[in-house]
Design a protein around this ligand. Structure first.
Ligand SMILES: Cc1cc2nc3c(=O)[nH]c(=O)nc-3n(C[C@H](O)[C@H](O)[C@H](O)COP(=O)(O)OP(=O)(O)OC[C@H]3O[C@@H](n4cnc5c(N)ncnc54)[C@H](O)[C@@H]3O)c2cc1C
Length: 490
């Protein structure tokens, strides 16, 4: 999505652009699976910040709404706890207040105070961190020193959330937003508490027809602007060609060499450094040491029945959130009592499953793949994946999805190994580099290569980070850098 967005902006500015994708279809992690009358989005299921996509299309003189229909989702998410409590989060102030009054009346005011704090964080960070990106240490000093303190970098997400809410269920609910960029609420800086405002203040959105329609819209627009998009194994990039410290083109798996004035890599930066570029300087070694975000374990289930208790987005919480994150980020093992996300797009788009049936997308946070064999969980060990699948299905049955296992008629599994192989995602990370460090925004690889001239990075592993809106913003940042370089005659 980052690569296509960059191609759109450059083509709209009059550049000649070619895109190379090693898979059969564009979209990367935002992808599609269709089987036996069922259809699933394989990655993102909820998008935020619709103004980001509108602005991309406007930059090319088009209107987003002529390509896709965005639909608000209400409830934004249904949360269920092991004791059976259910809570529907909404971006409607009225419905949210009512839900909070039923769950924990003493936390209603806390919610409004927390959302005001979340909005303040957004107002302080959006411009310097999201819309511009940090590409040099000097950029840090662009920040007003007071701002550096106001963005709450010294507490963790959890410490800040806990200082607002008294009900532990609400603490868990708001802690969960740290996972939106693959981090742990017990390690990530409280600055990430901007995310609740982004979702509950600005709204969570679904793309009618399924999220893959957004990738198709980017592709259609790129095509209209004359971008040449090449997909398939023959178009896998095997090397970024470098002459005298300058990126000058690509060598593809089909043997072709493509000359280029500038190269933008949308592949994961760590993978790109290790596999596509000549080793150069200390950075090549350092980059592999940045902690990746978490990975994911996904089940795509075609189920012969429907469960009326499910909303479009559902979270089934674990009883011990701290233990779950210890498993994922410290022990690097999948949690055996995990929080489970279930997305049922068939509720909004009934043709995503045969009549009376349901297409369930089930996602559990999983550790990134470890290179240290002593701590690695081996998804390829015979029986390991199946055993974890059984555990997840069993948990869902305990949450009231009765006889789920007997009703599954179509099924596919995606493990962290699949994520790594399909998308060249470094260690299977979903969101690039994790934010489990208060300096992560400054450690993330920059959008302009420091080692090679005319080489740029776009996507979840560079600035401003993972998630569809942010990778779309990263394209804007990269194209801005290219314009600067052109003006300087580089
Ligand atoms: C299960 C899951 C759930 C998610 N949920 C959400 C969500 O709800 N909301 C949200 O906003 N985000 C979500 N995300 C994250 C979101 O999908 C990503 O942050 C975003 O799509 C990444 O885009 P990208 O531009 O970084 O590129 P990627 O998606 O990483 O794509 C990179 C592309 O480069 C290609 N490539 C790699 N190496 C080569 C090579 N050598 N030659 C040619 N091509 C190559 C890959 O095949 C891939 O197509 C989710 C992701 C996953 C996996």
């Amino acid at each position: 999505m980052g690569g296509l967005a960059a191609a759109i902006r450059l083509a709209a500015d009059g550049h000649s652009v070619e895109v190379f994708e090693k898979n059969e279809r564009v979209g990367g992690k935002l992808n599609l699976l269709e089987r036996d009358g069922y259809r699933w989005d394989t990655g993102p299921s909820l998008i935020t910040m619709p103004f980001v996509y509108r602005e991309l299309f406007a930059a090319a003189g088009r209107k987003l709404e002529d390509f896709v229909e965005l639909a608000p989702v209400d409830p934004v998410c249904r949360y269920v706890w092991p004791d059976g409590t259910r809570f529907d989060a909404s971006d409607s102030v009225g419905r949210m207040t009512e839900a909070l009054e039923n769950l924990s009346p003493r936390d209603v005011r806390a919610y409004f105070r927390f959302m005001a704090y979340s909005r303040r964080l957004y107002d302080l960070t959006a411009e310097p961190f999201l819309f511009n990106g940090i590409n040099h240490w000097r950029d840090f000093f662009r920040l007003n020193p007071l701002t550096a303190f106001k963005i709450d970098p010294f507490r963790t997400v959890h410490q800040a959330v806990k200082s607002y809410f008294r009900d532990p269920r609400l603490v868990q609910l708001f802690d969960r937003y740290a996972t939106y960029n693959g981090s742990s609420p017990y390690q990530a800086p409280a600055t990430l508490n901007i995310i609740p405002y982004v979702e509950l203040g600005m709204g969570g959105w679904y793309v009618k027809g399924g999220l893959y329609a957004l990738a198709q819209a980017y592709l259609t627009l790129a095509g209209e602007l004359g971008v040449n998009v090449n997909c398939g194994p023959g178009f896998a990039v095997e090397e970024i060609l470098v002459r005298q410290g300058r990126a000058v083109g690509l060598r593809l798996a089909n043997g072709r060499e493509v000359a280029a004035d500038r190269v933008i890599a949308n592949s994961d930066v760590a993978y790109t450094g290790k596999e596509l570029l000549p080793a150069r300087g200390k950075w090549s070694g350092k980059i592999g040491k940045l902690e990746p975000s978490c990975s994911g374990f996904v089940l795509f289930l075609g189920v012969k029945r429907q469960y009326s208790q499910l909303a479009h987005h559902n979270i089934f919480f674990s009883p011990d959130y701290a233990a779950e994150f210890d498993h994922i980020f410290k022990l690097r093992q999948p949690s055996f009592d995990p929080t489970i996300y279930v997305c049922w797009t068939g509720l909004s788009d009934p043709d995503h499953a045969p009549p009376g049936k349901s297409n369930l997308f089930v996602l559990v946070n999983a550790p990134y793949l470890s290179t240290d064999q002593s701590e690695a969980f081996d998804w390829e060990r015979p029986g390991a994946t199946q055993a974890y699948r059984d555990l997840v299905v069993n948990h869902l049955e305990n949450f009231g999805l009765s006889n789920l296992s007997q009703n599954i008629e179509v099924e596919e599994i995606m493990t962290p190994v699949d994520l790594a192989m399909r998308y060249n995602a470094d260690r299977g990370a979903i969101y690039g580099v994790s934010s489990n460090n208060r300096f992560s925004a400054f450690l993330r690889p920059p959008n302009r290569s420091r080692q090679f001239k005319n080489l740029y990075y776009v996507g979840g592993s560079t600035h401003p980070g993972g998630g569809v809106p942010l990778v779309t913003l990263s394209a804007k940042i990269v194209v801005g850098l290219i314009k600067q370089d052109e003006q300087k005659g580089h």
